[in-house]
Design a protein around this ligand. Structure first.
Ligand code: NIG
Ligand code: FE
Length: 414
């Protein structure tokens, strides 16, 4: 049964299956008065200038009412499965405590680890389903979710099992990342290297055998894991067949970007503190920079140097980083506006960042991220007539109708 999304004022999309870098990141195709033909969840053809195909009576018609349509947005970096919240940290921050001060005092990530360990799998699943509803309602059709709030074997596997259940239960597409090296667990305090050994020997093989994650990530940061420990972990993970991501240069620049380039990580993420040498390494390694503007906002930090990254031919993706400590917001639209104002990216570059480059950061460039024949039919009709308006309407949810695999997944339209 074919579906036709028709009467699209502007259909704006990046093109291709590879990460877009440099000037190419700012090139989008803009079809006017367009329509998209879908069959079995796959895009069959794109029409423009009012053309439409002849269809039988069984066709499903979706009227875009002259508005903007794009590929579904992809949130390529979240920590969405966790217990508790951390509003108690705000007064500490306002008194001057830094993110790492709070972590070193046993709070921060470690307090979410305690809360996640003491929350049952079903409860974690139910609240995460709610978060996914919120994301999808804003036009996000695929999301990456990291573990990293269990740390011990039982609780990391519990978190990864929740992610697997979410993937099987929610319409949104889910990609799992194992981030066991997110913090040094209290039971390993002062023994980070031993914890890395434990992950390599005891946890990674199970995660692989049970296919609980495609990616392995590490928090390479002052007081967390250093470059040597990260290299050891990621090399072992790579040898087991995982793709690699690194939380690099979020607060301090400790060689995370260099390591990402050296190991040919799929993406390096955060990059708030990345300087010239790090950018060179990312560029040479073909690493995607997944940058997270709402984390800079929330941590009161500077913003990643997106313009310099684009000038260095680094493909840039933009994501939420949703988590209870450094970005308790699922507002993808706000990230888009921050990318416009603070990263000074153009609307075209931003669209590439939250679609094709984000898809490539999840190894999904072949099937997701653009509106082209052969790709999955993940699309959004927006309550806007152009991408500029979408970037400008700070904090408002302009997603009107969200289409996942060719079907209406949710609609805020009236
Ligand atoms: O991406 N940096 C490490 N992980 C998260 C924060 C996690 C937390 O504070 O709970 C981040 O910012
Ligand atoms: Fe993160």
């Amino acid at each position: 049964m074919p579906t036709l999304v028709y009467n699209i004022g502007i259909l704006q999309t990046a093109l291709g299956s590879s990460p877009l870098r440099g000037e190419a990141q700012g090139v989008n195709k803009k079809y006017k008065n367009a329509a998209v033909l879908i069959e079995d969840g796959v895009i069959q053809a794109v029409y423009e200038n009012g053309e439409t195909p002849a269809l039988g009576d069984d066709a499903v018609l979706i009227d875009a009412k002259g508005r903007l349509a794009t590929a579904g947005f992809i949130d390529a970096h979240t920590h969405l499965v966790f217990g508790g919240w951390r509003q108690n940290e705000i007064p500490l921050k306002l008194k001057g405590a830094s993110y790492l001060d709070i972590l070193n005092a046993g709070g921060g990530i470690l307090s979410t680890v305690r809360a996640t360990r003491s929350t049952g799998e079903n409860e974690l699943f139910e609240r995460s389903m709610g978060f996914l509803d919120e994301l999808m309602g804003q036009g996000v059709t695929t999301v990456e979710i990291k573990s990293g709030y269990g740390l011990d074997k039982t609780n990391e596997l519990k978190q990864l099992n929740v992610i697997k259940r979410l993937a099987n239960s929610h319409k949104i597409g889910v990609v799992a990342t194992y981030l066991g090296a997110h913090a040094i667990p209290e039971e390993y305090r002062g023994r980070a290297a031993e914890y890395i050994d434990f992950i390599i020997k005891e946890v990674l093989p199970i995660v692989k055998a049970e296919q609980l994650a495609e990616f392995c990530d590490v928090f390479l940061e002052t007081g967390v894991f250093d470059a040597e420990q990260s290299r050891r972990l990621l090399t072992a993970a790579k040898n087991m067949g995982f793709s690699i991501k690194i939380h690099a240069d979020e607060i301090d620049e400790l060689g995370g970007s260099r390591l990402a380039g050296e190991l040919k990580a799929v993406s390096a993420e955060h990059l708030i503190a990345t300087g010239e040498e790090g950018m060179q390494a990312l560029s040479e390694g073909g690493v995607i920079a997944a940058i997270l503007p709402c984390t800079s906002l929330y941590l009161n930090k500077t913003f990643a140097r997106a313009r310099d990254m684009i000038a260095h031919n680094i493909p840039v993706a933009v994501a939420t980083d949703f988590n209870p400590g450094s970005c308790p917001s699922l507002n993808m639209g706000l990230c888009v506006t921050m990318a416009y104002l603070k990263y000074r990216m153009t609307p075209e570059e931003i669209l590439s960042a939250v679609t094709i480059n984000a898809a490539c950061a999840l190894n999904r460039g072949d099937s997701l991220g653009t509106v082209e024949a052969g790709k999955r039919a993940d699309m959004v009709i927006w309550n806007a007539y152009d991408m500029e308006t979408l970037c400008y309407r700070m904090g408002s949810n302009l997603a009107a109708t969200v289409i996942k695999d060719g079907c209406i997944a949710c609609t805020n339209d009236r």
